[in-house]
Design a protein around this ligand. Sequence first.
Ligand SMILES: Nc1ncnc2c1ncn2[C@@H]1O[C@H](COP(=O)(O)OP(=O)(O)OP(=O)(O)O)[C@@H](O)[C@H]1O
Ligand SMILES: [Mg+2]
Length: 112
Amino acid sequence: MKKIEATIRTSKFEEVQEALHAIGVDFFTYWEVKGVGKQKGFETVYRGTHYDMGSISRRMIEVVVNDNMVEAVTEAILKSARTGEIGDGKIFISNIEKAIRIRSGEAGEKAI
Ligand SMILES: Nc1ncnc2c1ncn2[C@@H]1O[C@H](COP(=O)(O)OP(=O)(O)OP(=O)(O)O)[C@@H](O)[C@H]1O
Ligand SMILES: [Mg+2]
């Protein structure tokens, strides 16, 4: 099992949700986040446009999936969250040791 964490633009949230839904992933956790990227939260100029990096509204999406879904989930987020401009966000993937469904006590892949 893997955990996929993605910081995305809030403006892209619905698109990301639809892209995940299209591959059968209807479960995830999300919350509002603040952060800075390479531009350090200051106003920056890119291709002649000014961006206030500190003011981009962001959400964090966290989804745990079985290993065979990692690529599909990653691709779905990449495609749906991208604008091509700086500040599009980032995806982190890490191992999950165990998952347990509280209702039934099912553990491992069955709990996803
Ligand atoms: N290495 C990191 N560790 C933790 N969070 C990060 C990291 N890089 C980016 N983030 C989070 O992702 C958000 C968006 O980052 P951002 O897209 O600006 O990354 P970037 O590396 O500056 O890429 P770009 O050049 O495309 O802007 C940040 O505000 C921060 O919350
Ligand atoms: Mg950045």
